[in-house]
Ligand binder design. Structure first.
Ligand SMILES: Cc1cc2nc3c(=O)[nH]c(=O)nc-3n(C[C@H](O)[C@H](O)[C@H](O)COP(=O)(O)OP(=O)(O)OC[C@H]3O[C@@H](n4cnc5c(N)ncnc54)[C@H](O)[C@@H]3O)c2cc1C
Length: 392
């Protein structure tokens, strides 16, 4: 196993670094480096810049308009973007539904949907979870009844991230209630502007509108929007979840935020405290260990071996690390981080100085990150899956 990058890979990294330096808008990277609120315009602006270069689907094969990079090149691209302060690409289109459409969708679906995802123009949402169907996802109840060439959809999805901006939503729907739960699910693409679709906000612990409830009331969906075969949706859903969990680990963001933690600790004077430095060192060791795990996966892929099945492990460790750095930032800032000031998330509110104004967004950031051990499949459930895989 060789974990070092070759000279060609290093040259590739340098090329990407230069491109990102030339193209990433400064106002956006400022917000990312200071954990400020990113609005729809920020996210879509960056998506379109990537799309113009053919990199919004950076993991896509050439055949579907992607750059055709190998696993190492994809990793280097992600790392360079994260370290430069690029926003995390909203994954629902390019990282989640696109691979499903490529693997299981019809040629018409590929031609219709992939270009809009690549260009960053069409915003996708994920309609998996329902009230009562989160960890037990196979119990989804949203019904899709076929009448002629149309499915009539009724039910409710929940926790739909950024669904308030959604143009399209990919949904798990029940098409057969008479068989075991997994065998009666289908994967449907639904235009969110269809009559009968209602999106209602859920306000999170940090006061932000990031998630939603989505209601379907006799929504008519053309049967041609069914992906693959009817009642085979569970297979496609699981294929998508592996992409989601690997993406959530986001070790590169961890590296960037570690540097931010060090900056805050130095500015606030606690970096001199050996006990606090111990905490930072422990976090750094865990981030390096997570990175090694990612590099092992890449090395296995590079040498043509079957990729290690570690999506669940990456999700658990990555999300725990994300929560730890937000906790340490709060500790580093001490009383300055305690007030919960929503306006502090706005760019320009706080300036770059140390102290109260600088630390004001930290509480929001801390509250927001409680989500990471829940979404994408809770960590408790991931532990069950890992235990089953390892212990049988
Ligand atoms: C911020 C945020 C964004 C999200 N975005 C989306 C989205 O865009 N689209 C989407 O479809 N979903 C989304 N989700 C939903 C997410 O996938 C679910 O919240 C998650 O799968 C957990 O399901 P649940 O909330 O129903 O909790 P439950 O399944 O009710 O679990 C409650 C608790 O019980 C534990 N538990 C449940 N079963 C077991 C078990 N078998 N063994 C041990 N412990 C167990 C869980 O770990 C958890 O602590 C989002 C969630 C959040 C918080």
């Amino acid at each position: 196993m060789d974990l070092n990058f070759t000279p060609e890979e290093q040259a590739f990294r340098a090329e990407i670094r230069q491109w990102v330096a030339d193209h990433l808008p400064k106002d956006i990277s400022h917000k990312v480096h200071h954990a400020l609120r990113l609005n729809k315009d920020d996210l879509q602006r960056w998506a379109r810049i990537l799309g113009k270069q053919g990199w919004h689907g950076w993991a896509w094969p050439r055949q579907f308009g992607g750059p055709g990079w190998n696993a190492v090149q994809r990793h280097l691209f992600e790392e360079e973007c994260a370290l430069a302060g690029a926003p995390r690409v909203v994954p629902f289109g390019p990282v989640m539904v696109a691979p499903v459409i490529m693997a299981f969708g019809s040629r018409e679906q590929q031609e219709r949907h992939l270009p809009g995802i690549m260009s960053g123009d069409v915003w996708w949402s994920q309609g998996y979870s329902e009230p009562g169907s989160g960890s037990d996802l196979a119990s989804v109840k949203t019904r899709a009844e076929k009448r002629g060439d149309t499915y009539i959809v009724n039910g409710q999805k929940t926790w739909t991230t950024l669904g308030q901006y959604g143009d399209w939503i990919f949904c798990l729907v029940r098409t057969d209630a008479s068989v075991k739960p997994q065998a009666g699910i289908s994967f449907l693409l639904i235009d969110m502007k269809s009559p009968g679709v209602t999106v209602r906000p859920i306000i999170m612990l940090d006061g932000e509108h990031e998630v939603n409830e989505v209601f379907f009331d006799n929504v008519e969906v053309p049967a041609e929007n069914l992906v693959g075969e009817e009642n085979k949706g569970w297979t496609y859903a699981k294929y998508l979840l592996a992409h989601e969990r690997t993406n959530i680990a986001d070790v590169n963001r961890g590296k960037r935020e570690l540097e931010r933690l060090k900056r805050i600790a130095k500015a606030e004077g606690v970096y001199e405290d050996a006990r606090f430095r111990d905490q930072i060192a422990l976090l750094e060791v865990d981030i390096v260990a997570l990175e090694m795990m990612v590099l092992r996966v890449l090395s296995a892929e590079k040498s043509g071996k079957q990729s290690l099945d570690v999506a669940g492990l990456l999700k658990i460790r990555g999300s725990e690390i994300q929560q730890r750095y937000t906790e340490l930032m709060m500790l580093a800032a001490g009383p300055y981080a305690t007030p919960f000031i929503q306006e502090a998330m706005e760019a320009g509110w706080q300036g770059d100085q140390v102290g109260a104004a600088h630390c004001a967004p930290l509480a929001s950031h801390y509250f927001n990150y409680r989500k990471t051990t829940i979404y994408g499949g809770s960590n408790e459930v991931q532990r069950n899956i890992v235990a089953q895989t390892v212990l049988g």
